[in-house]
Design a protein around this ligand. Structure first.
Ligand code: FNR
Length: 191
């Protein structure tokens, strides 16, 4: 029997009350329900310094960056929640991806990736999500077409962190199922 597709999940916001972390948590459960095995990274507990070429020249990849590179390498799929700052992806997310691409072997090459995005605004972070997808393709990922945005995200969750609207939950499950399916299909040549 083929092994469960291994998915690494992280959010581009480390904020304790992050709406993107909440959406990610829902998506993680959906991936597990679809048969994926998920590891979640929280950049609050795995902080990365801001990329600095002098730092890299002096001491190579920082320990937490090496940990992240290893985690990306050990997983066939990525589930990323991308918050939006000034119509862009967050510095945290860009910095994490930039650091990882400085490893001897680009860990993103051939990974299957899915992006979701939550924002209190009307557009649900779609500009950020689009840029995150573009960046992931650029670093070598196969980004699945299915995507999920969550506008008015500050009103979207109940006190237990569940999505109030069935329609949104359905769209999260669609992304999760497709991520697991495509990751599983490509896994044998990548694992
Ligand atoms: C924002 N926010 C925001 N939202 C949006 O939909 N489009 C945008 O361009 C911006 N710009 C922006 C800039 C900066 C500097 C901040 C701090 C915030 C609001 C943002 O989506 C909101 O704070 C989210 O709650 C951030 O994501 P987390 O931390 O809740 O996951």
């Amino acid at each position: 029997m083929p092994s469960a597709p291994r998915i690494l999940a992280f959010s581009g916001s480390a904020r304790s009350e992050s709406l993107n972390k909440k959406l990610l948590a829902v998506a993680v459960e959906a991936v597990r329900a679809a048969g994926g095995e998920v590891t979640v990274v929280d950049f609050k507990t795995l902080p990365l310094p801001l990329y600095d070429g002098d730092l890299e020249d002096a001491s190579g990849l920082p320990a937490n960056v090496q940990t992240l590179v290893t985690l990306v390498t050990q997983h066939a799929g990525l589930l990323i929640a991308s918050p939006e700052y000034n119509s862009q992806i967050t510095p945290l997310l860009k910095n994490a991806i930039d650091w990882c691409t400085r490893a001897d072997d680009n860990p993103f090459l051939g990974k299957v990736a899915a992006v979701v995005s939550a924002s209190p605004g009307a557009f649900g972070g779609i500009r950020s999500m689009t840029l995150a997808r573009q960046l992931l393709v650029h670093v070598g990922c196969h980004v699945i077409p299915a995507q999920c945005i969550l506008p008015q995200a500050h009103k979207a969750f109940d006190e237990k962190g569940a999505l109030k609207e069935e329609r949104t939950l359905k769209s999260v499950h669609t992304v999760a199922a497709e991520l697991v399916r495509v990751t599983g299909a490509l896994q044998p040549s990548q694992a």
